[in-house]
Design a protein around this ligand. Sequence first.
Ligand code: GLN
Length: 569
Amino acid sequence: MRLFVFKWEGEIKDRHMKKQKVIFVVGGVMSGVGKGVTTASIAKLIQDRGYVVTALKIDPYINVDAGTMNPTEHGEVFVLDDGDETDQDMGNYERYLDVDLSRINYMTTGRVYQSVIERERNLEYKGKCVEVVPHIPLEIIGRIDAAIAHASADVAVVEIGGTVGEYQNILFLEAARMMRRCPDTDVAFVLVSYLPVPDKIGEMKTKPTQTAARILNSTGIQADFVVARAERALDQKRKEKIAMFCDVAEEDVISAPDVDSIYAVPEMFEQQGFTDRMLAHLGLKQGVRTQRAAQWDEMVTRLRAAQASGIRPKIGIAGKYFATGDYVLTDSYISVIEAIKHAGTAHGVNPEIVWLDSEVYETDAARMHEELSALDGLIVPGGFGSRGIEGKIAAITHCREHKLPFLGICYGMQMLVTEFARSVAGLEDAHTTEINPDTPHPVVDILPEQKEKLAHKEYGGSMRLGAYPARVVAGSMTQELYGGADEISERHRHRYEVNPAYVQRLTDAGLVFGATSPDGTLMEVAELSRDVHPYFIGAQFHPEFRSRPLRPHPLFSGLVAAAYVHSTQ
Ligand code: GLN
């Protein structure tokens, strides 16, 4: 029986080529317990056995993509090669699987409804009454099929956002339930649940997990595996309880206590036989562990050695998307943090990340100098808007003058250029027109083709997004960092650019543009030569999206190396 044929980018994918294997990961009790890392780890463990694996994230939001969401609300916006603005979990999947995912791997409620409505307008339902059920779940299934076909995957791991019991993800669970009924698909359900250990009680409680499993049952789904997230390991008694009340085999209750590194989670699952059980459940051969699996294990060993080394160069991040209510949330910079860790592991050091609020630097220069003097390196990451901007520029001046290693990312690069224009090139009041449209020296300005879109209030997807090639300038520090490469490809997410009208004046004043767009018009990297400063560089792109645990990004690697040297001086 052909259930549904999904058209994506003009191709019709036939879902009946071979039997599909789909693992759904759903959350119980509460969010934020590591469902994304669990999903990525399961995907990686199956890949480790020689299978082609893809991973999908489903977000319940109406937003068509994550690009229009404030990072303090939603966390980082992770940009894919094809320019899709997605959820930070997509970053986890790419890091664990070391693959480049595409927009078909990400869906939101908004995206799903949008295509159903478009289809209806195009008469694709041939006069039928188009209904929430089954047409929305069928669209979801079609997208999962298309992602599998696109990656030629043996197995897909699908993370359903939110937690069971909420209204928002119910249609995604319905799609998952329907998929189990497809004769050409083998499905597994993993419930990632949280087990609290309340202080006053001093005992791990399983009841919320039992309740979550039952709520899942009420959607027609029975969990096959329960991943028990908790601060501590699960004891035998609680394992038995979960097995009994959630109706899963005891071996399929997986203990998932907090570990020293998220990259050690696959190892923890493997040791409990999770991969073996999952493969058996899906009717797949056990396979032989790949070479990459062994390299990953070595990386985890190096990471532990780096942590044990006690060598901790201090790297500051001056951002603004931290505060939510009374709490500090660093989710907005997750890929930056991971990229620092990847570089640290490669260099055998364990960088300490220090969160800095650049806004206070605007009124308290003494505090700024004190805080920055304690650092071995500074990152000004991507951002938008005026808050804290003069503080960031002042911090960059400090880095330049005190030879403190500096990496500017996107907005950080634009601020590097602005700082250099003002302080070195003598362009008083130079600025980006994002902040000061009337600046006498618009050293950073909007792309002409984007002006049109903004005039029509087309904000969603109106940026330069995704991977673009760049030409590396011979003899630059950029070329040294990229191991002599002439051309690179990096992911972007910005509206503004270094203004070509100022490039000559900035170059004359000593700023080096280490990489440009292939036609030479867009400045991709700005740097100071090593004779002037040990490490002072900014990238218009986002290097953090391309950093992988086994392949740290050259710009982060360069920063961590320079920060380490600084820490020994
Ligand atoms: N606000 C800047 C721009 O739009 C930088 C964006 C970013 O840092 N991602 O160009």
